[in-house]
Design a protein around this ligand. Structure first.
Ligand SMILES: [Zn+2]
Length: 305
């Protein structure tokens, strides 16, 4: 990428949506929080498109995401960064781990994995690999704990071996797995602060584990409560949360600021977008979200405007 700046600022944040569909209210909420956190600390806010999972990508989604963020006044620094352009860096990281005997191929079938449960019991760790079958690559989980202090969720301490097991870094279909891609991306982009939904809290120890194995620094993390619908389901593409539209963008921003615990004054509801964002940057404090994992929204996003 890079911004023509001789020395990067002490804060570099990012928003990293997958182009599997347009932004919905839940993803815009995360975008807004990470934007406000970066801007309130005079940091950069980078946009990364997590487009490695090619079978799930939706044609045109990247353009729609970019247009949507721009319509809401969430302007990012530099060019949007596409994961798919960095294949070589992921391969280098995998080769590095492989050279140090930290990975092994796993050719277990889907049914065998389903039987084994959520934590892979390491069947292929000791077996000689049969190279006539397609295989994923797993990283060996070493004993010991990964610990970090989340900006909102407090101390998180997990055993990779006991709570996650040997997890996949390269999928059977040769697609770089999410955890490895994110660890490499955050490093190559110099990310210092990650603001994202608490649904990803389970991924963070794995990403930190990979950072440690690869010798990368660990950014600071802040996991926001996720927005759930009246049934307690996370707003997501899977629950068919509707795409946000730029119609009444100021009212949508106002509602998102309320959900983020910022208590915007009613007069701000009809203000122009830059005015709303300036107000929010100047007063940003996620403190009221401390320790909260989910926030309920009573009406579907389409009725919010
Ligand atoms: Zn296996």
């Amino acid at each position: 990428m890079r911004l023509d700046c001789p020395s990067p600022p002490p804060y570099i944040g990012r928003f990293a949506p997958s182009p599997t569909g347009p932004l919905h209210l839940g993803s815009l909420y995360t975008a807004l929080a990470s934007y406000l956190d970066a801007r309130s600390r005079n940091g950069w806010w980078l946009l990364r498109i997590d487009d490695l999972d090619t079978p799930r990508n939706m044609p045109g989604a990247t353009e729609r995401i970019l247009d949507c963020l721009a319509a809401f006044g969430l302007h990012w620094d530099g060019e949007a960064d596409l994961q798919s352009r960095h294949g070589q860096q992921y391969q280098q990281a995998i080769a590095d781990l492989q050279r140090r005997d930290l990975l092994y191929p796993c050719s277990c079938s889907r049914s065998l994995l389903a039987e084994a449960g959520p934590i892979y019991p390491g069947y292929c760790r000791s077996q000689a690999y049969r190279n006539d079958q397609p295989a994923a690559l797993r990283v060996k989980a070493s004993p010991g704990e990964v610990e970090f202090i989340d900006g909102l969720q407090g101390i998180i301490r997990e055993s990779i071996a006991d709570q996650h097991g040997d997890f996949i870094v390269l999928r059977k279909d040769s697609i770089v797995a999410y955890q490895l891609a994110v660890a490499v991306d955050d490093y190559r982009q110099g990310i210092t602060h990650v603001v994202r939904g608490s649904d990803l809290l389970d991924s963070t120890p794995k990403q930190i584990y990979l950072q440690q194995l690869l010798g990368y620094p660990t950014p600071e993390y802040l996991h926001l409560p996720i927005i759930v619908d009246r049934n307690g389901q996370k707003l997501s593409k899977q629950t068919r949360a509707e795409a946000v539209t730029a119609t009444s963008a100021n009212q949508t921003l106002f509602m998102l600021l309320s959900l983020l615990g910022q208590n915007p004054p009613p007069t701000l509801k009809r203000a122009e977008i830059p005015t709303i964002l300036d107000w929010a940057v100047a007063r940003w404090s996620p403190e009221r979200l401390r320790g909260i994992r989910s926030i309920s929204i009573d009406t579907p996003p389409s009725n919010q405007t």
